[in-house]
Design a protein around this ligand. Structure first.
Ligand code: SAH
Ligand code: SF4
Ligand code: F3S
Length: 443
């Protein structure tokens, strides 16, 4: 078939989409760049908030319309939404042919073959253990995602992810290293180790190394830049901080979601740490890791959050001075404990609070970005756009960096001198090209 995959949600879904593509290509199917050229469209979905679910519904509505107008099309709903009853109801409503959850993505080939052979509907929602050892070939990109563990053992009361992705399972070390080595051989310049809580790596099994050890092992491949996401403050131990501080090619960038600055709300969210414990980790990171960039996730307007609780989140901002933050309003997700037991607050209160957070974040991001003016940073340019004055790249600490398009002729790592900073972007000029081995890749 001619397949196109549309990916929503987090980087774990990006990794899964790459696995899905690899399976289809290995099975003799073609991937096409545009959905309009496909006769198989796969939606790899996200269900973490209402918004990504709405996007999927809109997309399915479009596809159903085209199909009614006579387009020959097989539709697959995969990813987190597919795993939920909510997704199954949606799939039925829109006449989805293939329904596969995140624990069964490698069934995609079977599914497509069976549909081609005349089967009406294919469903697979198990969490299959062979996914842990399944090797996905390196992508044709300068950034490689590498899932080191699947699932989540926490029970944050607002979160649907434990339902969509099941319990934590760490992948074996040799499998992780095999994928990392293949990425290195393919010329990948930046590797992202992925998991819902990467620092819980190995905790559910005996004999596995710690996350700090895995980080060190992957860095020892010599890939120029190693990043990871997401860390949970609960198991974020000093050994991880030490490895980051000591190892040159591990990026000085830590995404450590706090969600709220109020102990009362953290307890209601079942986050398993206090504000004070969180701040202690932040202090240790700032002391040990030079030039570190710390980012966070915050939820504004969690049920029961009073103005005083929200002020505690604001005051935490002032204390941590995050370089970057992903900020959301609380979204009541059917199936989560907070949906069942707590009452949502008016949307206006939530968006007002979000607005205040965004404003403060802008201030701290600008403050931090300004420190880079006049300095050299290392920037990975992994895509060259068709037009435009600037080309975008990412610094070691994940800053978005724009450089004049005429200075970029090939993809890779550059030394860039930063001239000006805005809250979201650093503007610079190229001082030199750094990449030694570059795959035959152009955007
Ligand atoms: N495992 C990661 C987060 C995964 S979900 C962690 O624990 O940090 C990514 C982010 O989405 C979360 O950090 C949280 O800020 C946000 N999120 C999750 N559920 C949400 C909900 N119901 N409403 C609003 N934001 C939510
Ligand atoms: Fe969701 Fe909490 Fe697990 Fe993160 S740690 S995926 S927020 S349940
Ligand atoms: Fe969304 Fe699933 Fe990731 S719900 S955020 S795609 S784990």
């Amino acid at each position: 078939m001619r397949a196109n995959i549309i990916t929503y949600g987090c980087q774990m879904n990006e990794y899964d989409s790459h696995t899905i593509k690899s399976e289809l290509v290995a099975g003799g199917h073609d991937m096409v760049d545009h959905p309009s050229d496909a006769n198989l469209i796969i939606l790899n979905t996200c269900a973490v908030r209402g918004k990504p679910v709405e996007k999927v519904i809109t997309q399915l509505g479009e596809l159903r319309k085209e199909r009614r107008q006579g387009r020959d099309l097989t539709i697959a709903l995969m990813g987190c939404l597919a795993q939920l009853e909510e997704g199954q109801v949606i799939a039925k409503k829109f006449g989805v042919d293939i329904l596969i959850g995140p624990g069964a993505i490698t069934d995609v080939l079977d599914a497509v073959n069976e549909i081609e052979a005349g089967k009406k509907q294919y469903t697979s929602l198990e969490f299959k253990s062979h996914l842990e050892t399944h090797i996905t070939p390196a992508p044709n990109s300068l950034t490689g995602y590498l899932t080191i563990m699947r699932g989540c053992n926490h029970h944050c009361t607002y979160c649907i992810v434990p339902d969509t992705r099941g319990p934590e399972v760490s992948r074996p070390v040799d499998v992780i290293m095999q994928e990392a080595e293949a990425m290195k051989a393919a010329g990948i310049q930046e590797i992202y180790l992925l998991g819902q809580n990467v620092n819980s790596y190995g905790l559910e099994q005996n004999k596995l190394p710690s996350f700090a050890q895995i980080l060190k092992m992957v860095a020892s491949t010599g890939i120029p830049r190693v990043k990871f996401t997401t860390s949970h403050p609960m198991n974020f131990s000093s050994d991880v901080i030490d490895v980051i501080a000591e190892t040159e090619n591990i990026a000085n960038f830590i995404h450590l979601p706090v969600q709220s600055g109020s102990n009362k709300i953290l307890k209601r969210m079942a986050r398993e740490y206090t504000r004070e414990e969180y701040l202690k980790i932040i202090r240790e990171i700032r002391e040990k890791v030079e030039d570190v960039v710390i980012s966070t996730d915050i939820i504004a307007g969690f049920p029961g959050e009073t103005e005083a609780d929200f002020d505690e989140t604001l005051s935490l901002y002032e204390e941590v001075k995050y370089e970057h933050a992903y900020m959301f309003i609380y979204s009541a997700r059917p199936g989560t404990p907070s949906y069942k037991h707590f009452e949502d607050m008016p949307r206006k209160t939530k968006t007002d609070r979000l607005g205040k957070l965004i404003e403060r974040q802008k201030h701290w991001s600008l403050e931090s970005n300004r420190r880079y003016e006049g300095r050299n940073v290392r920037v990975l340019i992994k895509e060259i756009g068709q037009s435009g004055e600037y080309v975008m790249g990412y610094s070691d600490q994940n800053h978005t960096v724009l450089v004049p398009a005429e200075q970029i002729t090939k993809l890779g790592l550059y030394t860039v001198k930063i001239n000006t900073a805005t809250p979201h972007t650093l503007y610079g000029t190229v001082e030199g090209f750094k990449t030694e081995t570059i795959p035959l890749l152009m955007a």
